[in-house]
Ligand binder design. Sequence first.
Ligand code: NI
Ligand code: MN
Length: 228
Amino acid sequence: MALKVTWYSHACLMIETGEAKLLVDPFITGNPLAPVPADQVQADYILVSHGHGDHVGDTVDIAKRTGATVISNFEIHNWLLGQGLEKAHPQHIGGGFNYPWGRVKLTIAHHGSALPDGSYGGNPCGFLFYIQGRKIYHACDTGLFYDMKLIGEEGIDLAVLPIGDNFTMGPEDSLRAVKLIEPRQVLPIHYDTFDVIQQDVDAWKQRVEKETESVVALLKPGESLELA
Ligand code: NI
Ligand code: MN
């Protein structure tokens, strides 16, 4: 079946595989663009890319309510255990693991990772999903790095890239990222949530599609695309 990818705004994605609901970086409460309240979000697995509040978000509440297993780096994993979660799976950068629904590998990301209470959150990461023969790269919060070319060599069906500037890559560097990764489709994220990351996403789509072979999927918060 097709994979369904729903953008809940900011860096928050829901990937539905048919077997499992995978929720990435669930920043819902306090997110002015969130299309649903946190207590209505379902998940079997929650993936947390780094410790910042706009990524950890509602992880603890949603995991406690749904019984979801949380996948994160080792340091955030330990912090989550301290928050009372029991179902958490630690990984770390460069390492992949085969879950019942597919594989996830943690990639590098250049960013910070302090947790909301100031605890050490280890190094931030991105996620490379291998599900039903498709590959989805969620860069999460990062600046541009040349090793994105190595990730692209795997043959990416969908790249999920921040374009907001200020905290992450902006429009110029995310265009360069598309050129390094050469994904079939690209979904821009991490823009318009706050004043300092407002972007003209339509102009970005036009530039990307003029200068690369990649197709830009523009979603409004709550909208989905299907990866056939
Ligand atoms: Ni961040
Ligand atoms: Mn962020």
